[in-house]
Ligand binder design. Structure first.
Ligand SMILES: Cc1ncc(COP(=O)(O)O)c(C=O)c1O
Length: 406
């Protein structure tokens, strides 16, 4: 059997497609398109690859899944069962993580806006760290911690210094001195970790190196005013596992270790917060060509409302109805939203014959598609979770309404 989209859990043989061990035809007999599918075994395989590689490079490696990549309960449950922690940006995610049984000492909470409720809930539940994105939040956290007579461990998210990045604290010698002064009056917080998340879809080591440089620069500033920091957190930013195969991830992990050594960075623990790597290539859409238009434009019955550009997925398109035919002719793919802006791909290599009704497999849609999806007035797709030769429906818009969390 041959892999589709480089994914060992998507195969084709004699013109038939298998999703894990389930024939696509079996699914199409029971469900209408558009349909979304997740691959449980691929989630587990991705987590194990990532943790095996990083554990073999770093003795004190800890991993926190970035919930925002995909916060469906069934997906987070799988991540939890693999012993991974949670990286959370808001109260709904925190409630979900606690409900699913993520231990609080494996939950990191932080974001550009920390509401009082989020800080209180984080402290009451004794989460591992609260992440500071803005210096002004330090006093806020300290005040709440004082109320609960608790000393809260803090992670400082520094600006990754990527061009135009607005997230994280931008420090210089003056600001770090002010920070130190503020800290003097904040006895209920303890600075433990420094975090820099560079960007999404980091394909080469240069981006990881830039991220490490941001950490190094800021660690020096802190050390200059006598603040020592135990742990470093390099965030996420890894591409889909099919885009960054095992060998390449191994090299990246090794180079990160060597770079930290070369720069003389001392740390007790190293944290990573992958989202896309775990989940990106575990999700796919089964859609349908609803219209074939001039100049080899095809229209699918999904669009940017459910498969949004914002998600930055490495989308791949396969004509599932003609899977044995070569995909070699440039074709442009539009979504179903009635606007010319709804383009899914331009000049994408696809089958020569384009038929209305052909089923189209869109892969690598597991991370951020649902998160960035919007309320364009089309019904949401059903979602299935496939495991070996079995599957279960994990979302039905008629029963569940919406997959948002609150
Ligand atoms: C602080 C932090 N950690 C982790 C992630 C997850 O990134 P990815 O899904 O690219 O691994 C993000 C994404 O924006 C982030 O901002």
């Amino acid at each position: 059997m041959k892999n589709i989209s480089g994914n060992p859990f998507l195969k084709k043989e004699s013109g038939k497609i298998f999703i894990d061990k389930v024939p696509l035809d079996e699914i199409l007999n029971k469900f209408k398109t558009p349909l979304m599918i997740f691959l449980e075994n691929r989630i587990r395989a991705n987590i194990r690859t990532f943790t095996d590689i990083f554990r073999s490079e770093f003795e004190n490696f800890h991993c926190f899944y970035s919930f925002k990549a995909n916060y469906l309960s069934e997906i987070c449950k799988i991540v939890h069962s693999e012993g991974i922690g949670a990286e959370i940006i808001g109260l709904p995610e925190l409630k979900l993580a606690l409900k699913l049984g993520f231990p609080s000492n494996k939950i990191i909470v932080g974001g550009p806006y920390l509401s009082k409720e989020l800080i209180e809930s984080s402290i009451k539940n004794k989460v591992k760290e609260v992440v500071l994105y803005n210096l002004s939040d330090l006093k806020k956290i300290n005040l709440v911690a004082k109320k609960f007579d608790y000393i809260q461990d803090i992670c400082i998210r520094v600006n990754s210094q990527k061009y135009n990045s607005k997230l994280g604290i931008k420090l210089d010698e003056k600001k770090v001195a002010i920070f130190k002064e503020t800290l003097r009056n904040c006895k209920n917080v303890n600075i433990k970790t420094i975090l820099s998340h560079h960007s999404s879809q980091m394909n080469n080591f240069r981006q990881f190196r830039d991220n490490i440089e941001a950490i190094t620069y800021n660690l020096r500033l802190f050390s200059g005013v006598g603040i020592s920091i135990d742990n470093i957190n390099l965030g996420g930013g890894f591409p889909e596992a099919t885009v960054m195969p095992y060998k390449q991830l191994r090299i990246i992990a090794n180079e990160i270790k060597l770079e930290l050594k070369r720069l003389g960075i001392k740390y007790n623990n190293i944290f990573f917060e992958p989202g896309r790597y775990f989940i990106g290539d575990t999700g796919l859409f089964i859609s349908k060509i609803v219209k074939v238009s001039e100049n080899r434009w095809i229209f699918l019955n999904i669009g940017n409302h459910i498969c949004p550009k914002f998600a930055k997925c490495s989308l791949r398109f396969y004509n599932a109805s003609q899977i044995n035919e070569p995909h070699k002719v440039k074709t442009s793919i539009a979504g179903i939203i009635p606007t010319d802006q709804d383009v899914l791909a331009k000049d994408y290599f696809f089958t020569d014959n384009l038929n209305e009704g052909d089923k189209v497999l869109v892969t690598n849609t597991g991370a951020y598609c649902l998160t960035f999806s919007n309320r364009f007035p089309y019904s949401l797709p059903k979602i299935l979770l496939i495991n070996d030769n079995g599957y279960k429906q994990i979302f039905d818009p008629k029963i569940d309404g919406d997959f948002s969390i609150n």
